[in-house]
Design a protein around this ligand. Sequence first.
Ligand code: ASP
Length: 415
Amino acid sequence: MWWYPTGTRGPGYRLLVAIAIGFVLGLVVGFSLLGVPEAARTDAAAWFKALGDIFVRLIRIVIPPLIFFTIATATASIADLRRLGLVLLWMLVLYIGTSALAAFWGVLAGQLFQPGVGVGLKPPAGYTPPKPPSAIDILMSFFQVDFSALLTVGGAMTMIIFAIILGVAVVLLGGEGRRVYSLLKLASDLMIRIVGIIMYYAPVAIFGYAAWLIATYGPQMLGAYGKFLVSQYSLTLMHFFVIYSIIVVAGGLNPLRYFKYQSTPFVIAFTTRSSAVTLPYNMEAARRMGIPEEVFQITVPIGATVNMDGTALYQALSALFVAQLFGISLTPAQVGLVVVAAVVGSVATAAIPGGGTIMLAYVLGVVGLPLEGVGIMMVVDPIADAMRTAINASGDNACSVLITRLVGLRLRSSS
Ligand code: ASP
């Protein structure tokens, strides 16, 4: 099909063009729907959303085996267990450090823009506040009770831990382990191929989601929530352009190359609002940036689950926003607690649409803010989620560039 963007791994370098066209067309259709009577607009929007949901459901089927096989393969491929330890150590330092910085930007945005002062919002009708999880609940959710739970969204962290242990066991098996390694590698390549096939549909899904997003949430963007979104978007984009540039330069990569390759996962994350769904695209971008497989096959799938700078920023800003809405003033110690809680909350957030707003209950609960805030934030969640997910995914690759240098490896010349 000469007219379709193909490549060896499914849609190749022209995928970005097709996705960009889908995105822009979706925005145009979405905005033109704003002039249509509400009933017809809701109807049309539901169809556009279905176009996107088909894609997300297909990808979600392949995510658990993809995470499992890529992490196990990458771990098993690092024969030097000391280097594996170094990769994991630097990964944790950078993931937590960047998320803490992002949470700080969230607090700063709340102070600078004061988006909740004088807005006076109400939770949606029929909403009952959720019970926030405790710190123990969050810790134990990383260790699921049985095997079947590994395949659920909440089981991702247990799956990662199990995949790393399996990879280490393969290394310890020595020569015998090479046979297991070949099988794992084959399975991981197979999963990537499956994603490559589903990728052909991505531009249509992106079109559908963009049209739905604007047709459904466009009016709120102009209304009372506008100020919140402007403060969230501006600080989040600053983190993306300034902080990630500094990180990739420190890692020895030209930031323009980083932004070029990151643009495809950025748009996929923005429209699907799921880091898990974006994972295969993020790994392909990491490969193109020249990050070695033994690094990105560990750091990027783990990052999709634990490293969410966009969510940390959003949760910190939301906490301040909710406090302002209810006229509650926070002490400096409470503001510090917001930053810490937002980092923990972002790590525990599931990489699915809306995961960060569900986990916001934890952040609000820690500081003692009204849990109705979760309902208030749900009103514009898809728009806030689009931007935070795009940055969640982008942070994994920026950090992986620097991790490569910190563990003494080199970036390959990128393609
Ligand atoms: N949707 C986000 C993600 O998948 C999580 C969130 O809701 O903050 O990265």
